[in-house]
Write a protein that binds this ligand. Structure first.
Ligand code: SAH
Length: 526
């Protein structure tokens, strides 16, 4: 018997975690990778969409307190059912945990009625994340043995409130209010009226577990006024209880050296991630505004010729990770691999390029002590280069000093372009952030990033760059980049001794550490 039964899809209701995209569960991430349709909320980090297959349909469901919903709850339910009944694997991605003030239950009831199969993956709820990231253990044997999660959405002054304020106020140790900012005055009044000590410590945490996190604390009787004074808006959580005292000691997240510093990264998108990750590890809030896109050269003729004649070369020299990437990409396109390069010695400019080369299965024969083109020339010149042939695959436009010094030492140098730097079209996002005073520091990792930054910011309208960046500190990776920056009128305040990304991040940490000491010093001296 042939059965022509229609395939029914499935809905996975997944908790996205509180904000930091790394706080999703392994299972949630795995299922995102299988999604054909994803319907996600305002509070589910859009960064998680990178795990979704390229061809999948992405639907933003909106949902933001006070703001008009992009889709009504009925529309969302209908979309879930329609896509699943059409056979799709549907992920419904919700902020925090789907069953904690997330209407997860309501959506599932609809699915059950429509006969749609589903699974649920819990998530880290924002209450525990906010407490944790504000340095508050939500329970502690010495302070409390009970916790309540409460919605602050309900107006507590209403007589028909479904919350038993009289029992809640003194019956539970730690109280966490979701959606409590609008009604904060009433919530605090009600707790005090019902017997909670007005001196109970409270912390309010906005955008918990993200680089935008902001928290303020005060005793219960004052917290509403303090929150208003700081202009703290939703999304935020209110944690009430004696455990909040522990924050003075444990506040680990906000004490990271670059917490609250907003850093602009101008590297190419391909390369930005390592710098961004290291800066974020130190607590910085990074804006990626790449000034360079890398593209293949107009044609591969000269590289193909060099590859065909590779046995003529004594040295192969790489001055950037990009050169390695594009070189090996072309090699692979020609169905060749590292073995093709066996005859030549290979030199690289520094440790990062050496590591990149290792990824292609090759140990560099030479890494200079100083990681610049000049340092590389000096190191190469220690070998007898007279009559030697050197292949230098690199950017279309680059400094001439390295090939010139090698030629000066009697070598024959073939400079072969393997990629081009082009400028992305728009820099409006960065200009807006600078105009709004939202950037504390800008980082440059090469002269071209500086040149493009200045050119792109200026734009057609010739914006006053000096004015745009008057309060922005400038960090450069090394002396050549710094020189370019100074020539273009920028004041460079951070430059590491070693020209690597980790050293640059360490120098930025050190700079702000000293600044804090300096500011504190000035305050004490006054
Ligand atoms: N299901 C979600 C809660 C949804 S209700 C969860 O489990 O976390 C929305 C409320 O959650 C917001 O108004 C705010 O009070 C809180 N919230 C969610 N994410 C937050 C975050 N990163 N920081 C602070 N509060 C957050």
């Amino acid at each position: 018997m042939t059965e022509n039964r229609k395939k029914i899809g499935k809905v996975y209701l997944i908790g996205a975690g509180p904000g930091d995209p790394d706080l999703i569960t392994v299972k949630g991430k795995k299922l995102l990778g299988r999604a054909e349709v994803v319907i996600y909320d305002y509070l589910a980090s859009s960064k998680l969409l990178k795990y979704v297959p390229v061809g999948a349909k992405r639907i933003y469901a909106g949902k933001r307190g006070g703001v008009k919903h992009t889709h009504t709850q009925d529309e969302i339910n209908a979309m879930l059912i329609d896509h699943a009944l059409a056979g799709a694997t549907v992920v419904r991605l919700k902020g925090g945990d789907p069953f904690i003030f997330g209407r997860g239950g309501e959506e599932l009831e609809e699915l059950i009625e429509a006969g749609v199969p589903f699974e649920v993956v819990p998530g880290v709820t924002s209450a525990t994340a906010a407490a944790t990231y504000a340095g508050v253990p939500i329970t502690h044997r010495a302070y409390t043995s009970s916790v309540a999660f409460v919605t602050g959405h309900e107006d507590p002054s209403r007589a028909d409130s479904r919350i038993a304020w009289d029992k809640l106020a003194t019956g539970v140790g730690t109280l966490v209010f979701y959606m409590g900012i609008k009604n904060l005055e009433n919530i605090c009044d009600n707790l005090i009226k019902n017997g909670r000590d007005p001196a109970t410590p409270v912390v309010v945490v906005r955008w918990a577990s993200t680089p935008k996190q902001k928290s303020v604390s005060a005793p219960l009787k004052d917290i509403a006024a303090v929150v208003r004074r700081h202009g703290l808006r939703p999304p935020a959580l209110v944690v009430v209880g004696d455990v909040v005292k522990l924050r003075d000691n444990i506040n680990w997240y906000e004490k990271r050296p670059l917490f609250g510093r907003r850093v602009l990264v101008t590297r190419t998108r391909e390369q930005a991630s390592s710098l961004v990750e290291l800066l974020r590890d130190q607590g910085a809030d990074c804006l990626e505004g790449s000034t360079i896109s890398l593209v293949a050269p107009e044609n591969w003729d000269s590289l193909d010729r060099a590859i065909d004649g590779i046995s003529d070369f004594d040295w192969l020299v790489f001055t950037s990770i990009n050169a390695i990437t594009f070189f090996f990409r072309r090699l692979a396109e020609r169905n060749l691999d590292a073995r093709h390069l066996a005859g030549a010695k290979i030199a690289v400019v520094g440790t990062a390029t050496a590591e990149e080369l290792r990824r292609h299965g090759i140990n560099a024969d030479l890494i200079p002590d100083e990681f610049t083109g000049d340092g590389l020339a000096t190191a190469l010149l220690k070998n007898d280069l007279k009559g030697k042939k050197i292949l230098l695959p690199r950017a279309e436009k680059a400094r001439e000093i390295l090939p010139e010094r090698l030629v000066g030492a009697g070598a024959g140098v073939d400079v072969v372009p393997v990629y081009r730097n082009v400028r992305p079209d728009s820099y409006d996002k960065v200009r807006d952030a600078l105009q709004a005073g939202e950037i504390d520091m800008v980082t440059f990792t090469s002269s071209s990033t500086v040149k493009n930054f200045v050119a792109m910011l200026g734009g057609d309208k010739k914006y006053d760059i000096a004015d745009l960046i008057k309060d922005v500190r400038v960090a450069c990776i090394g002396p050549i980049t710094s020189r370019t920056a100074r020539e273009l009128g920028l004041k460079v305040e951070v430059e590491p001794d070693e020209y690597t990304i980790p050293a640059m991040v360490a120098a930025i940490v050190d700079f702000y550490g000293k600044e804090v000491t300096r500011v504190l010093g000035e305050v004490t001296a006054r």
